[in-house]
Design a protein around this ligand. Structure first.
Ligand SMILES: N[C@@H](CS(=O)O)C(=O)O
Ligand SMILES: [Fe+2]
Length: 262
């Protein structure tokens, strides 16, 4: 391997080796091993990819599409903003804080019978049922603060969560691994527990090799090997602009109470 072991290209190569068979769902693959790989990553070479649109709660940038087996992405969190309560569509999610601090609230998965979806209530002609009697909100199981270097893991079997940046002034950056990748998940109303299908989970920028090949540009990992991370690129050398294959603005789920990428 031509890169030092804790750089983004090195991490990416190791994740390809570990996950290109069956993703984390395989009994052969250990979540603690993948956690260790993420813990080892401490290099600053993510900086050129930490793209931030401050008009959004958080900005997702795809670094590696894992040949369809995983997605590795950077999320930059706007001060004081966060995601709505959501599930992870059966995917395993590992998240490492690279900069700033994040707050995670973990919720028990609501009982589907107690919390019909909006569509189910409409179909049953009982659309107003959540307003009758006690609201069946979702139950908080844990609140945690995640500092730089912390790696958190979540799966639907553990629960739902929401993430926020508690700082009023500092942005936060996190590195997320999802395996298998997913594009849609469910968001939940905290008061009623009602689930809604999310909008498509989109990327502000897509640096995956698939997108790069389609556009005839560099993948994130190639660009990462070439960029001098100690000297931020000038606007004319901005690899974000020059190698961006596809720019997709975050779209909001119709009716979503919280402006979010999911
Ligand atoms: N799972 C969320 C980020 S977070 O709130 O965990 C996403 O991929 O957009
Ligand atoms: Fe999440």
């Amino acid at each position: 391997m031509d890169a030092p072991p804790n750089t983004l290209p090195a991490l990416s190569a190791t994740l390809h080796e570990a996950l290109e068979t069956a993703g984390l769902a395989s009994p052969d693959i250990s979540i603690s091993h993948i956690t260790t790989l993420l813990q080892r990553y401490t290099a600053p070479d993510y900086h050129p990819f930490a793209h931030h649109d401050p008009s959004k709660p958080y900005t997702r940038t795809l670094l590696d599409d894992g040949n369809g087996f995983f997605n590795l992405m950077l999320l930059v969190w706007t001060p004081g903003a966060g995601s709505p309560v959501h599930d992870h569509a059966g995917s395993h999610c590992l998240m490492k804080v690279l900069d700033g601090e994040l707050a995670e609230t973990l919720y028990a998965v609501p009982d589907a019978h107690d919390h019909p979806t909006h569509d189910e209530r409409v179909d049953s002609g009982n659309e107003d049922s959540v307003d009758e009697g006690e609201p069946k909100g979702i139950r908080v199981r844990k609140n945690a603060r995640l500092a730089v270097g912390d790696v958190a893991y979540i799966h639907d079997k553990i629960g739902l969560h929401k993430i926020s940046n508690p700082s009023p002034s500092q942005r936060a950056v996190s590195l997320h691994l999802y395996t298998p990748p997913f594009e849609y998940c469910k968001t939940y109303c905290e008061r009623t527990g009602e689930a809604r299908a999310s909008g498509k989970c989109v990327f502000y920028k897509d640096f995956s090799s698939r997108a790069a090949a389609a556009a005839g540009t560099q993948s994130a990992m190639t660009a990462c090997r070439q960029v001098n991370v100690m000297r931020p690129p000038s606007p004319s050398q901005d690899i974000l602009a020059s190698s961006c294959a596809k720019e997709m603005r975050v779209t909001l789920a119709a009716g979503s109470a919280v402006a979010s990428g999911i």
